[in-house]
Structure formats: structure tokens, C-alpha cells
Design a protein around this ligand. Structure first.
Ligand SMILES: Cc1cc2nc3c(=O)[nH]c(=O)nc-3n(C[C@H](O)[C@H](O)[C@H](O)COP(=O)(O)OP(=O)(O)OC[C@H]3O[C@@H](n4cnc5c(N)ncnc54)[C@H](O)[C@@H]3O)c2cc1C
Length: 366
């Protein structure tokens, strides 16, 4: 029996996962990206890899938190199918505030108590904080501990997916800008290429085709800080941004991230650099001696309601809007997008309304 041919445009986060999983379901996959194997320019390469749904709950829709908790529980299974190791940990995160932002902290605590009674939030005094993160207790008398939260190494994951796509023999066309995406057809390098199904995973690259899609700029630093020993993500209440410090292996730390309504992926501004680095220094003075490994800027793909969506019509599926939660939500988006493909290409008896009912991210378009 001939295999169904599927073209996937965009090998950022969701495009790579879709390519791998669909290839394992015996589809003939052709993956295109305008960039390189590392994912240069993608949001996925720029990200912080935070898996912190409760910490985000003040600024995210309730569904994001619920899907995020599912995502955290699904990641270990996904990672276990990759040959290359990816850093992943679920040993909680901390939220701290300086005196001037203590009102925001109290608002956050009330919000969790009111809306997320299932969350195992713990208020730590200085001694309890010192047991968990001794170096944070030098500057803070108290903290909120969210033990279910986690993080993963986004660049390690991108590298592990690269290797896996190669091992599993997926047709991958790099440095290939796709200029047109439509039902069962793309145009790349002036060639028309057809397939049974096209899956659009271009992130912010799809703004011309998705009118409700926008780009939201984010900036972060990668630091190497030999004098800092923090073992879990720390979020700092901050008047402008949702600032976090995410420890990675070998004394690497991510300090991020700004959020600016702009589609400019250009270099970091002085204002952002000052805010991010001062915030890191205010949490731990050891950051003063850190080496700046990289300053990173990219744009997050966001739909008007800031939720992800899977738009499906015969011959074309568009997966987009992963916004600031792509890693957190990817396992759930992946599951539902795979169901959307099965709904189109298999002889499954599931009708479209059942499909959308069971997979609420799927939206049928005419
Ligand atoms: C600074 C920053 C920090 C973040 N931190 C976190 C975090 O801590 N936790 C979290 O869960 N999420 C985080 N995110 C969000 C996360 O990175 C995104 O939600 C996710 O990467 C979106 O995945 P995607 O596959 O839709 O898009 P992308 O990862 O951007 O991939 C899109 C791909 O499409 C390709 N492409 C675009 N146009 C074309 C074209 N015309 N032809 C061919 N290829 C094309 C691009 O080259 C790219 O590889 C962060 C994002 C940013 C920017």
C-alpha cells in the first residue's frame, strides 16, 4: 500500500515533533524549513524552557494551566523515545519578591488559592527556603514554592530531535524558504510541490495567511555563573515583566524574558538588558561575575486569544499560537494535532464534531 505523503512546513518545535510522530505512524514525511538544523531564528531555539503553568496563571487562560500540567506529565514519555539525552526536571519552582512588589506576591497567592485549589503551593519561611535553595535565602525572607513545576533544556531538545529525525530517515529540506502554503500544495524555490496533506508549522512565519496571528518579541540572556548555585527556576515579581532565572546544567542560567508587542527580532535593547541583568543581580549578587554567553531575541507566535489552535480543512492543517507556552503545551498540542491528521487521512469513523469535541484545540475551517 502506498503511504500518504505529508509536507510539514517549519521545523521549529511543533514541526519537528509532528514530523517524528507522523513518520512513526508510517506516513511519508517531507519537512521544510527556511533555516538550519539548529533552528536559528525560531522561537524554539530562543526559549527559556520553563514548564511553569501555575506561575504563569495570573497572565494565562485557565486552559493553558490545565493543558500545561498535562504537558509536564507527558514530556518524560516523549523524551524516552529520543536517543539523545535532554535535560528535564520536575523539582518545583520558587516565586520571590522584593519588598516593593510584595503586594503583587500577595495577589498571586490569593489567585492560586481561589482558582487552583489542587495546586500544592507552599509558603516558605526563611529557614524552609534555606533548606531548599540556600543561596536564595541570603536575600529573601520568604518564598512561594510550587513543587509540581519544572523545566527542560529547549536547545538540548532541538538537538535531540535533529538527531532523531536523521536516525529515523525523515526527508528534511533545510535552508528552503516556502513562499506559498495551501491545500495539498506548497511553493518552494519556485517549484510547486504537492502532497495528500500540508501541515503549516511556520510559527510567526504564517502571519500573511493567519490574520489573527501576531508576533510578540521576547529577549533573554544566557549566562555562565560559576558563583551562583541555584537548582530550580526562580521567578521574581517584577513591575514590567514576568522575570525568571532558570538554571541549566554546568552553571548555565537563563535570565528572561521580556514581552513586547512587536514583530522586530533585532538585537536586545539597552533598557531590556538593564532590567534583566539588574533583576538577576538583585536575586543573587554572584551574577555580577557571570559571563554573558549570549543575548537572545526572537518572536513568539500568538493568536488573538493567546491560545494555541489547530485549524483544519481538507488538505491543510495549520498549527499555531503556541505563544509563550510552546514547550509547556507541545505534548498536548501534538496529541490533538495527530488526531486531526488521523481524522483527515485514515478511514477512521470519527466524525468532525466528535473530533473537535475530544480535541478542543481543533477548529474546522471551510
Ligand atoms: C524569548 C522566548 C522565551 C520563551 N520561553 C518559553 C518558556 O520558557 N517555556 C515555553 O513553554 N515556551 C517558551 N517560549 C515559547 C516557545 O518558544 C514557542 O511557543 C514555540 O517555539 C513555538 O513553536 P512553533 O513550532 O510554533 O514555532 P517556532 O519554534 O518559531 O518554529 C517555526 C519554524 O518555522 C520556520 N519557518 C517560518 N517561516 C517559514 C517559511 N516561509 N518557510 C520555511 N520555514 C519557515 C522557522 O524557520 C522556524 O524553524 C519562549 C519564546 C521566546 C521567544
Amino acid at each position: 500500500m502506498t503511504k500518504n505523503k505529508i509536507i510539514i512546513v517549519g521545523s521549529g518545535l511543533i514541526g519537528r515533533l509532528m514530523a517524528l510522530y507522523l513518520s512513526r505512524q508510517n506516513y511519508d514525511i517531507h519537512l521544510y524549513d527556511k533555516s538550519d538544523k539548529k533552528g536559528t531564528g525560531s522561537a524554539a531555539r530562543a526559549a527559556g524552557g520553563m514548564l511553569t503553568p501555575y506561575s504563569e496563571s495570573l497572565i494565562a487562560e485557565p486552559e493553558i494551566v490545565t493543558m500545561g500540567m498535562q504537558g509536564i506529565s507527558l514530556w518524560p514519555t516523549i523524551l524516552s523515545t529520543l536517543d539523545e539525552y535532554t535535560f528535564y526536571q520536575q523539582k518545583g519552582s520558587l516565586v520571590v519578591s522584593h519588598t516593593q512588589d510584595v503586594g503583587d506576591m500577595q495577589r498571586f497567592v490569593r489567585h492560586i488559592q481561589k482558582n487552583w485549589s489542587q495546586c500544592d503551593m507552599q509558603k516558605l519561611n526563611r529557614n524552609q527556603l534555606a533548606e531548599l535553595e540556600p543561596e536564595i535565602a541570603r536575600r529573601f525572607n520568604s518564598a512561594i514554592y510550587l513543587p509540581e513545576e519544572g523545566q527542560l533544556g529547549n536547545r538540548k531538545l532541538m538537538s535531540a530531535l535533529t538527531q532523531q529525525l536523521e536516525v529515523e530517515g525523515i526527508n528534511w529540506y533545510l535552508n528552503s524558504q516556502v513562499s506559498h502554503v495551501s491545500k495539498g500544495k506548497i511553493i518552494c524555490n519556485e517549484l510547486i510541490i504537492t502532497a495528500d496533506l500540508v501541515i503549516d508549522c511556520r510559527g510567526t512565519g504564517a502571519t500573511d495567511d493567519l490574520k489573527n496571528l501576531r508576533a510578540v518579541r521576547g529577549e533573554l540572556f544566557q549566562l555562565i555563573a560559576p558563583e551562583v548555585n541555584i537548582t530550580r527556576p526562580v521567578r521574581l515579581m517584577h513591575p514590567h515583566y514576568h522575570l525568571y532565572i532558570a538554571p541549566k546544567p554546568n552553571k548555565h542560567y537563563i535570565v528572561g524574558a521580556t514581552e513586547i508587542e512587536s514583530d522586530n527580532p533585532g538585537p536586545m535593547t539597552v533598557r531590556s538588558a538593564l532590567e534583566l541583568l539588574s533583576a538577576a543581580y538583585s536575586v543573587h549578587p554572584g551574577f555580577a561575575e557571570a559571563e554573558i554567553k549570549e543575548q537572545v531575541t526572537a518572536c513568539r507566535p500568538a493568536l488573538s486569544d493567546n491560545r494555541p489552535a489547530i485549524y483544519t480543512q481538507t488538505g491543510l492543517i495549520r498549527i499555531n499560537g503556541l505563544y509563550r507556552h510552546g514547550f509547556l503545551l507541545a505534548p498536548v498540542v501534538l496529541q490533538q494535532a495527530l488526531a486531526a491528521v488521523t481524522g483527515q487521512l485514515s478511514s477512521s469513523t470519527l466524525n468532525l464534531s466528535d473530533l473537535s469535541h475530544q480535541n478542543p484545540l481543533i477548529k474546522q475551517v471551510s
